[in-house]
Design a protein around this ligand. Structure first.
Ligand SMILES: *Cc1c(COP(=O)(O)O)cnc(C)c1O
Length: 229
């Protein structure tokens, strides 16, 4: 077995154990393999081991991998900061975007989504760590932003995403994850049809599953430590 295949198995075992500990159905959490900075060969190795959904942070890199694997039925998720001038490539090459933090970018993505593709599946990124973090909308802005996005014709609003500040102990990890889940429940109670909580990375996967994550985004635990060029 390749190293990546073995790491994937170990991550899937962590997810299953966390589901069991939380009394959640096995299979209620989807694994997104975050392949940013890793070459196409690593993606292909993970795909050969059965992984279907991949996450990327950089538009050019991700679009290139999506194009190169076009025949393989992989699903590409954009999870990085998104600038207006790059939105067209995202609308054309990705199935999902997790990192929408303002209406303008959502409107562009809806306008630019090709008619030949299904609606773009989107999550709104929320800043649940306060001053410590700059990415994501403020929790108090999420309802209005989600309501506006829900009216856009070529987007399908699926849920919320967050990248909490790293913390070591379980209680500190869980606090911001819980804030995201509570906000998600409030938005659902307000009538929004959401089914996705995108939270949990290599270091806080268990805390995220315990707090209700439906997609975990895992890079390091699958591919190894990243080295930025
Ligand atoms: C890089 C990244 C991940 C993966 O993080 P790991 O700690 O390597 O698992 C998840 N989500 C986002 C938004 C990222 O940028």
């Amino acid at each position: 077995m390749s190293a990546i295949a073995g790491n994937l198995q170990a991550v899937i075992a962590r997810i299953d154990a966390a589901c069991k500990a939380a009394g959640r159905a096995p299979g209620s959490v989807r694994l997104l393999a975050v392949s940013k900075t890793w070459p196409l060969t690593c993606v292909l190795e993970a795909a050969a081991a059965g992984q279907q959904a991949f996450g990327e942070n950089y538009v050019q890199e991700g679009a290139g991998k999506a194009l190169a694997t076009g025949a393989q039925n992989l699903e590409w998720h954009f999870i990085g900061p998104l600038q207006s001038n790059k939105s067209k490539a995202v609308a054309e090459h990705f199935a999902w975007v997790h990192s929408i933090d303002r209406l303008k970018i959502a409107e562009r993505l809806s306008a630019q989504r090709p008619a030949t593709l299904p609606p773009l599946q989107v999550c709104v990124q929320v800043n649940v760590s306060g001053e410590a973090s700059k990415s994501g909308c403020r929790p108090g802005e999420a309802l209005a932003l989600c309501q506006a996005i829900a009216t856009l014709p070529r987007l399908q609003l699926r849920g919320l995403m967050a990248i909490p500040e790293p913390a070591d102990d379980a209680a500190a990890q869980r606090a911001p994850l819980r804030r995201l889940r509570e906000l998600y429940e409030q938005l659902r109670a307000a009538g929004l049809a959401l089914d996705t909580l995108s939270m949990g990375m290599s270091h806080d996967l268990e805390a995220a599953v315990a707090e209700g994550a439906t997609i975990v985004r895992i890079g390091t635990a699958i591919f190894g430590e990243r080295h930025y060029a």
